[in-house]
Design a protein around this ligand. Sequence first.
Ligand code: KG4
Ligand code: ZN
Length: 342
Amino acid sequence: MKVLGIETSCDETGLALYDSARGLVAHALHSQVALHEAYGGVVPELASRDHIRRVVPLTERVLADAACALADLDGIAFTEGPGLAGALLVGASIANALAFALEKPAVGVHHMEGHLLSPLLSSPRPQFPFVALLVSGGHSELYEVRGVGGYRLLGQTLDDAAGEAFDKTAKLLGLPYPGGPALERLATEGRPGAATLPRPMLASGDLDLSFSGLKTAVSTLSHKAPLSDQRKADLARAFEEAIVDVLVAKAMAALDETGLERLVVAGGVGANRLLRRQLSAASARRGAELYFPELEFCTDNGAMIALVGALRLDAGTAAHYAFSVKPRWPLESVLRVASAAR
Ligand code: KG4
Ligand code: ZN
């Protein structure tokens, strides 16, 4: 099963070809970071227009890299939601037009299911069931994953997502968009113990998270005096340590609660090196298995969409060309795939 995947939910145009027999064959990405930088965040209309410019050349490049003709495709997968409505519509319309012309199925994929299953692109692949820590710009959730489409929400953020907290705190410290990677770089220059921040929800007794207080605490501390470069770095370090401590503790608590000893981390914040190090250490201490996507597949990409499309088409998902997009879409409402739930 050869599936072309198209991701256009936000500020990255991602294309990929996934073959059920061979794995990921080719992928290409265009990031719009430079386009949105001047505005300090994603401008939806600019995002849609740029996706329109990029999607066809990237499709041609991926097919050429894979030495695959359009006629060889068995299906086209696209991000149906959640995301920016106009941006989603670009991927949805090109995918459905291509599929209709080729008389092949088009399958709409949940963006977060793409992130959740992206560790399956790496080798070794995690076996089901596992606990997933999903930490991106718009989501911070813990799921029990029993199979493709078998997702039980264990806990989630009550306010900001982890990536959103990174981005907003980075802005407070005068760092450019996107804030996560910039804050991570600055934190390496921070001195240990130079600033202390709370660990929100650590003792809440459940698996929910909350990050907006952390951002407010940084804001309060940064308004106390003019911020020297060293003080900014100290605050960045304290912030990163606080958020990572909470994520690690909650992920371990989710393993306790489910009785599972297999943890998968996905989403853009999964690229954070301190988080990866601390999760590795905590998992090793209890003998749990830990899986990350490759760094390039932590953030938005077409490979994860092609992968989920192939898993769903392999399982016999029906196709139709009357498409919609779902800017808001609860992950637990995606269809359960019985045959993949072993
Ligand atoms: O998954 P993603 O690419 O897009 C969404 O679906 O949201 O995640 C983007 C988020 C942004 O908030 C970005 O700042 C954050 O992931 N991020 C990071 C790092 N790389 C990306 N946060 C912390 N450390 C990083 N290295
Ligand atoms: Zn994403």
